[in-house]
Design a protein around this ligand. Structure first.
Ligand SMILES: Cc1ncc(COP(=O)(O)O)c(C=O)c1O
Length: 408
């Protein structure tokens, strides 16, 4: 007979209690930090639960540790398909219990991810172009070797493990009103919501997804699981096509609202966390903060915890994101113009930018630009400014000295 929803919720909650014993032994109790800036912006009391500081850089080891602690004596090994944090979490957890682990990743997986998964002791199998190819290969390996297939989110024990975050948060923050959680396949929000509502039935649970992968928002509205077309997103950990069967069943019951955030909001949140909080989050990890900064949640007057779920982001990605966030905030300017090709002009132009405290990042000199008048050269300058209005003042002063530049 199918387990009733109440039986399932009870199983998840009791599982979280059990999981806490394993998780507290092998993972960190991550810190909670009050954010004054976010609190001021949201007119609320906002705390960040910093799972980016967790071992392996994300919350994923919680579920993996609990799952492995349960199956360790009855499996020859475990296998999964993942190019993300689940890979590292499972690799770490299986090494804790001495269980062989194979992780299948698409051939496009970054070297950093492959190497870090290997460094936790797993065997990495590179297969196929996209995640679905890797998933099929993982099933094949499981059938051939008898290794147990471990699902990244649609598994009651994985969900219970993620629920330990809520147990910690409730001992770290008094009288929580709302918890904001990033949503991929829904394992994280399922575990947190079951435990949180047990601790305080009035607590509100808000999920956040990228606009480019809104599977829970759409499925919950439709009242049934809907597969969405996923577009590329900075929050790659949340780029799942559809909710899991178990996670959807739980979310329908326990999640109050799911909101979506744009790519620019995600980029801005990563930048905000870095600049204002000194917190390094990956796109998925910053989704909750993106929802607050984007005004997507109504939390004024409330005490709120935002789960910053992971911090595994490439340095090159951070560079690109910061440039994009600065440009969006009007703090990065690109100006272009034609300048007489004679000594002294460049230094006069850069001097004007410096006078307005503009910080030059790049200067491009294009003598070969055929649109330039005779004896002129095309000049493009990229610089950082304190606020948007400064660029107009710089352009005005350049014009008054005879240089014609435009913002691009
Ligand atoms: C950093 C991060 N946050 C959130 C999630 C979403 O977790 P779930 O798939 O359990 O919803 C993931 C999933 O990989 C993740 O890596």
């Amino acid at each position: 007979m199918k387990e009733t929803i109440n039986e399932l919720l009870e199983r998840i909650y009791q599982g979280s209690r059990e999981a806490e014993k394993v998780v507290s032994k092998h993972a960190y109790t991550t810190p909670v930090e009050y954010s004054k800036t976010l609190s001021d912006i949201a007119q609320a009391e906002v705390y960040l639960k910093l799972e980016n500081l967790q071992k392996t850089g994300s919350f994923k080891i919680r579920g993996a540790l609990y799952k492995m602690s349960i199956v360790k004596d009855r499996v020859r090994g475990v296998v999964t398909a993942s190019a993300g944090n689940h890979a590292q979490g499972l690799a770490f957890a299986s090494s804790v219990f001495g269980v062989p682990c194979k992780v299948v990743m698409p051939e496009s997986a970054t070297i950093t991810k492959v190497e870090s998964t290997r460094s936790y002791g797993a065997e990495v199998v590179l297969h196929g172009r996209i995640y679905d190819d890797a998933e099929r290969k993982a099933i094949e390996i499981s059938e051939e070797t008898g290794f147990m297939l471990i699902h990244p989110f649609d598994d009651p024990e994985i969900i219970s493990g993620q629920g330990t975050i809520a147990l910690e948060m409730f001992s770290q923050i008094r009288d929580l009103d709302t918890v904001i959680v990033p949503v991929g396949g829904g394992g994280l929000i399922s575990g947190i919501s079951v435990v949180a509502k047990r601790m305080n039935p009035r607590v509100k649970i808000i999920g956040v997804e990228p606009e480019n992968a809104p599977k829970f928002a759409i499925s919950l509205r439709a009242g049934k699981i809907v597969e969405v077309r996923v577009k590329p997103t900075i929050a790659d950990g949340l780029a799942t096509k559809k909710p899991g069967n178990i996670t959807f069943r739980i979310a329908k019951e326990m999640v109050d609202e799911v909101v979506t955030v744009s790519e620019d909001e995600l980029a801005r949140a990563i930048h905000f966390l870095l600049e204002k909080q000194k917190v390094l989050a990956e796109g998925a990890g910053a989704a909750g903060v993106a929802a607050i900064l984007g005004g997507k949640v109504r939390i004024d007057g409330e005490r709120v915890a935002v789960v910053v779920s992971g911090g595994n982001i490439d340095l090159t990605a951070i560079y690109r994101l910061i440039i994009r966030a600065l440009a969006n905030a009007g703090r990065l300017a690109v100006i272009k113009g034609f300048v007489p090709d004679s000594p002294g002009n460049l230094s006069e132009i850069t001097g004007i930018i410096a006078k307005h405290r503009g910080n030059i990042i790049d200067v491009f000199h294009h003598r070969e630009d055929l649109r330039a008048p005779a004896w002129h050269t095309a000049l493009q300058i990229v610089f950082e400014v304190e606020s948007e209005g400064v660029v107009e003042r710089i352009l005005g002063e350049l014009r008054s000295r005879g240089y014609s530049f435009e913002k691009i």
